[in-house]
Design a protein around this ligand. Structure first.
Ligand SMILES: NC(=O)c1ccc[n+]([C@@H]2O[C@H](COP(=O)([O-])OP(=O)(O)OC[C@H]3O[C@@H](n4cnc5c(N)ncnc54)[C@H](OP(=O)(O)O)[C@@H]3O)[C@@H](O)[C@H]2O)c1
Length: 269
């Protein structure tokens, strides 16, 4: 049974705690949740997911894996105490956006580090997480971390860490793009006279059905679009407006801007 410590038990940290427990990759007695205050420690104790520490202490050395899930801006304050507590056997898994492997290695004085980029559907086991590792991480450690991340959805190992910026722009930020799209459609439905709940049901069921159609159909996306777009019809009318408003280019440019911002954050800008 693995021994795991999770530092930073907010949304992501607790998602991992619950997912690891759910798949029996760790037991309550082998999971250490590290908070930064007594008050948050008390809150974590009440959740009864594992042992709780209100700061990094000696118990960290009992763990084999240390998951780092604090906000990127909180990392610098945490690094010195963590560096002191880390032992050569530790595998560090960071999910902090924009903190590179080189920065982690330097700030922690530790070689065996994995950097991952998950997304929010991980809470339901339907996320996707890409990760990159330092050269010091061996195949057994990669398999172990892959098994852990797999409890939250699908995983993908990248050879080139720089591609995590593109991953951040696509799948990390992706849920927000999707929610904006859904929200706009629901609001438009309401403005056209539909009740809010009716508009929401129509839009959400359309998204769900379209997703499965896309996933299960051998047809290309252009064919699926063409199948709904008859000449002189309603979809064509909508697409004319989308194209005139440069919707595809705007979407493209937004994703590129997210990628570029991720790259800037990685450089500490
Ligand atoms: N949410 C996402 O979609 C997503 C996706 C990919 C990656 N990430 C990454 O995941 C990380 C966590 O995000 P989140 O949304 O889970 O944030 P969050 O809900 O704010 O959780 C962060 C937690 O870290 C705790 N913390 C801060 N400093 C600490 C320290 N020194 N020792 C122990 N705990 C400490 C905070 O404690 P307090 O409660 O005391 O402030 C808070 O509970 C971020 O680095 C983010 O970049 C998030």
């Amino acid at each position: 049974m693995l021994n795991i410590a999770i530092i930073g038990c907010g949304n992501m940290g607790l998602t991992y705690a619950r997912s690891f427990l759910q798949y029996n990759l760790v037991s309550h007695d082998h999971l250490l949740l590290v908070a930064r205050s007594e008050a948050h420690g008390q809150h974590l104790k009440a959740l009864n997911l594992g042992k709780v520490a209100s700061r990094i202490d000696d118990r960290l050395s009992e763990s084999g894996v240390v998951v780092l899930a604090v906000k990127p801006q909180d990392f610098a304050a945490l690094a010195p105490a963590l560096q002191e507590a880390l032992k050569p056997h530790h595998v560090v898994l960071s999910v902090m956006a924009g903190i590179t492997l080189a920065t982690l290695q330097e700030a922690l004085g530790h070689e065996v580090v994995i950097r991952a980029m998950p997304n929010t559907p991980s809470q339901l086991g339907m996320g996707v997480t890409a990760f990159a590792t330092t050269e010091a991480v061996n195949i057994h450690q990669i398999r172990m971390i892959d098994n852990l991340l797999n409890t939250t959805g699908r995983t993908l190992q990248l050879e080139d860490e720089h591609l995590l910026d593109a991953v951040t722009a696509l799948s990390g930020s992706g849920p927000a793009y999707f929610f904006l799209f859904v929200k706009t459609l629901i609001e438009t439905g309401r403005q056209m006279g539909l009740e809010d709940s009716v508009a929401a049901m129509l839009v959400k069921q359309t998204m769900l059905g379209s997703f499965h159609l896309m996933n299960q159909s051998p047809r290309a996306l252009d064919d699926l679009i063409a199948a709904v777009t008859s000449k002189g019809g309603t979809t064509e009318a909508a697409f004319k407006v989308f194209k005139a408003g440069h919707l595809p280019e705007t979407l493209h440019n937004g994703v590129i801007a997210a990628r570029d911002r991720a790259a800037e954050l990685s450089k500490g800008k």
